[in-house]
Ligand binder design. Structure first.
Ligand code: JF5
Length: 236
């Protein structure tokens, strides 16, 4: 999978190159490229924002650098997967977008080419989204109902959630299906040695060797936790 990220703070993404995504990258599974939006400016001050038409608070990101970035990364001159057929998916994190869930991550993990545009200030000139829609499938995606200062932190979360679902990135595929949200429920509690720690014992059933009883107990725990913390997942 190829992933391009466009940001005015590319060094935010240095940490992504480490961790488990670094391994995917080294193995050639994930081709992650981070770009500085200012590389597509041509004025002395490398300007990426301007005042909003119609007035109002704050600044808006200018369309020209975004247009040139999209042309280079997903336009006809792009040097990678565009030519293999699939339209790239162009993602802009936004508190006004559709909600990002494990389902979204699974869906995006199957794409050949993702481009993430990190907005700052009060947002990006609306015409950029229209233009991007001519080059690929545009998705405005929200991590949740809160506001960040820019898209960078949201993109890091999304790339990590997506990247670990690419086959070969997480060592053990079983650890993927057993975790929170993969089956629509929260995860069951986990324990390791010692069996008693500061007067707290591990639940007996986990030491019983009865695999049927263990599976039933874990499912019960999942339901109990989900009912208590996330009743919305149960439709309650
Ligand atoms: C952003 C302009 C994007 O605040 C967010 C966000 C919240 N949930 N998901 C994303 O994005 C940052 C700020 C300003 C565009």
């Amino acid at each position: 999978m190829r992933v391009d990220v466009v940001s005015i703070f590319p060094s935010y993404f240095d940490g992504l190159a480490l961790s488990l995504l670094g391994k995917a990258r080294d193995a050639g599974i994930l081709d992650l490229r981070v770009h500085d939006l200012r590389d597509w400016t041509h004025d002395r001050h490398r300007t990426v924002d301007d005042t909003p038409y119609g007035g109002g608070a704050g600044m808006v990101m200018k369309p020209e650098p975004w247009g040139l970035a999209l042309d280079e990364l997903v336009g006809v001159s792009a040097d990678a997967p565009a030519v293999t057929g699939e339209r790239p998916t162009i993602i802009f994190p936004s508190p006004a977008g559709e909600l990002f869930t494990q389902r979204t991550a699974r869906e995006l993990a199957m794409r050949e080419h993702l481009v993430f545009g990190c907005g700052r200030y009060e947002g990006i000139d609306e015409r950029v989204f229209e233009y991007a829609a001519e080059l690929g499938e545009v998705r405005l995606i929200s991590l949740g109902d809160y506001v960040l200062n820019g898209g960078e932190v949201a993109v890091m979360a999304m790339v990590e959630a997506i990247g670990r679902l690419i086959p070969g990135v997480v060592g053990n595929p079983e650890s993927l299906v057993e975790e929170s949200h993969e089956d629509g429920l929260l995860e069951y509690p986990s324990y390791t040695k010692p069996s008693v720690w500061r007067d707290r014992a591990v639940p007996d059933v986990l030491l019983s060797g009865n695999h049927g009883a263990i599976a039933a107990w874990r499912r019960e725990q999942q339901l109990e936790r989900t009912r208590a913390r996330r009743p919305d997942l149960l439709g309650e």
